[in-house]
Write a protein of this length. Structure first.
Length: 148
């Protein structure tokens, strides 16, 4: 089964798409509370399947990077304390995952957020990133539902 994992700008953490209403989406937090709440059209909602990271060649889908982290960490949470890590530590760690990442356009905050998202997903038992977060054709969630 394909999941739609979402990021909502201005709100911490990740969300799972549960349902959609007339003018909003119903999302559930990926944490211990599993709180459901609406996400409105005014919220900047992005599916993780639609995110990619800059490299020196072509952009790499987020699911591929998450899978590389999973393989490096053997399916466990990150070994790097990304909240306290210095800039060079973050970049060295990320270079092991994605050696040709664009060092000018990928910021430390991007790497921290990526590692935070990885830990959230792993802690919620989501580790088959290639299957669960494969991109869909089309521009919106309705397209994703039609492919399931």
């Amino acid at each position: 089964m394909q999941l739609t994992i979402l990021s909502i700008a201005g709100k911490p953490g990740l969300y799972k798409l549960v349902s959609k209403g007339k003018s909003n989406l119903i999302v559930e937090t990926l944490d211990e509370k599993h709180k459901r709440q609406p996400a409105f059209a005014t919220d900047r909602v992005t599916s993780l399947a639609d995110i990619a990271m800059y490299t020196d060649a072509e952009d790499v889908p987020l699911m591929t990077i998450l899978a590389a982290i999973r393989d490096k960490e053997e399916g466990k949470a990150t070994s790097l304390n990304f909240k306290k890590a210095a800039s060079q530590e973050l970049r060295d760690y990320f270079a092991e995952i994605l050696p040709n990442f664009d060092r000018d356009r990928v910021h430390d905050s991007d790497i921290r957020k990526l590692l935070q998202w990885y830990n959230i997903l792993i802690n919620n038992g989501i580790s088959e990133f290639e299957e669960l977060m494969r991109p869909t054709e089309g521009d919106n969630i309705k397209d994703r539902e039609e492919q399931e």
